[in-house]
Write a protein that binds this ligand. Structure first.
Ligand code: PMP
Length: 400
């Protein structure tokens, strides 16, 4: 029956990691991976997560029963407060619906199915470029996925005029995917003035904001700063949705903890929307996974653990900033042709280096440095022991 099916291409990032694993060179460096690594290149379990796990495993009252369809209630409430701010009036006015999801990917997916059923416009705009999984997720549920201008390869920064023009020329009421902070893959975020201009156009055009927030606190070390764009849109009165992932900021990649939050005009609408989201969730996954949500729930709801989490976040975000600084300084010291300011100006784990596909290939073949062909590197893959090696490798490929 299925013999005529075409072979699907392998996932670019997962196959890059597979090639890295097969490489026998002791100098190999993996800059493709989208996960935090410590300064010895190892995965890092946050100490506060270890602590929470101990508390959970020694609590005899906890069992492994199913969660409710929409997930763990205290976790959902804490998540809405974390992303919107605990005193946000939309929470007090009960205009918020939060569903626990299969991490950020599941939140994107559930948000997309919800809109595909209950929103009239099928045009879905994503930034050019965007996270590699956005288009497949929105395509799968039947949206007409288009791109809006975002990145300017000449300045290696934001093309704000191009962005605003794309939003202006899109059909009214389009859904617009916005990266709340630490844009993946470019590391280039709008500043506050630029966010205001984006909101102005979105309001005038009646576009629907679909926020994706995979790096709250991980980007800057500051929870509120990383959620600024979302809260600003909420304060302006937009109805919108937000996808939250706890993969990066809690280091809970494989636990698949996340949330979808929808902000509505009034509480009656919220009640109806919640019932429909629950119906969709039931048909997709019945109910979400327990363990990761339990960990996040405990930490978000305990002031001491929360404070420790913020410290852990700062360790991760400052190590990444330090790697940006060292890479930049080394390139300047080597006199590597070109301007490298973007390395320190960008934010978050990813950096669009400006290196092209053939340079990325040489880095892989000659230096055993693995990065995606669009020149994106994960700063988390750099350490005090390999950053100089990487800078020298860049210097060589840029000069030849
Ligand atoms: N959105 C963006 C922009 C991301 O970068 C990621 C993680 N790479 C995700 C969503 C979702 O990841 P996860 O499903 O692991 O939470």
């Amino acid at each position: 029956i299925f013999q005529d099916i075409e072979l699907a291409p392998p996932d670019a990032i997962f196959s890059l990691t597979a090639r890295y694993k097969d490489d026998r060179s002791p100098q190999k460096v993996n800059l493709g991976v989208g996960a935090y690594r410590d300064d010895s290149g190892k995965p890092w379990v946050l100490p506060v997560v270890r602590k929470a796990e101990k508390i959970i495993s020694s609590d005899p009252t906890l069992d492994h029963e199913y969660l409710p369809i929409l997930g763990l209630k205290s976790f959902r409430d804490a998540s809405a407060k974390l992303i919107l701010g605990s005193n946000n009036r939309v929470i007090k006015e009960k205009r918020v619906v939060t569903a626990q999801t299969i991490s950020g990917t599941g939140a994107n997916h559930l948000g997309a199915i919800f809109l595909s059923k209950f929103y009239q416009q099928k045009v879905f705009l994503v930034s050019k470029p965007t996270w590699a999984n956005h288009k497949p997720i929105f395509d799968t549920v039947g949206f007409d996925v288009r791109e809006y201008i975002y990145y300017n390869p000449k300045t290696l920064g934001l093309d704000i005029d191009g962005l605003l023009n794309s939003l202006k020329s899109a059909p009214n009421g389009s859904i617009v995917l916005l990266h709340a902070c630490a844009h993946n893959p470019t590391g280039v975020d709008p500043n506050h003035e630029q966010w205001k201009a984006i909101a102005d156009v979105m309001e005038a055009k009646g576009h629907f904001p679909f926020f994706d927030c995979a790096y709250q606190g991980f980007a800057s070390g500051d929870i509120d700063r990383d959620a600024w764009s979302i809260r600003y849109f909420v304060d302006r009165g937009f109805e919108l949705l937000v996808c939250q992932s706890y993969a990066k900021n809690f280091g809970l990649y494989g636990q698949r903890a996340g949330c979808l939050t929808i902000v509505l005009r009034n509480s009656e609408t919220a009640t109806k929307v919640e019932s429909q989201v629950a119906k969709l969730q039931r048909a997709e996954i019945s109910n979400p996974p327990l363990h990761g949500a339990r960990i996040v729930n405990l930490i978000l709801n305990d002031p001491m653990l929360y404070a420790e989490w913020i410290d852990n976040l700062q360790i991760m975000s400052s190590r990444i900033k330090e790697m940006r600084k060292r890479l930049f300084e080394k390139l300047v010291e080597l006199g590597t042709p070109g301007n490298w300011n973007h390395i320190v100006d960008q934010i978050g784990m990813f950096s669009y280096t400006g290196l092209n596909a053939s340079q990325a290939q040489v880095l892989q073949e000659k230096y055993h440095v693995y990065l995606t062909s669009n020149g994106r590197v994960s700063m988390a893959g750099l350490t005090t022991s390999n950053v100089e090696y990487f800078a020298k490798a860049i210097d060589d490929v840029v000069r030849t």
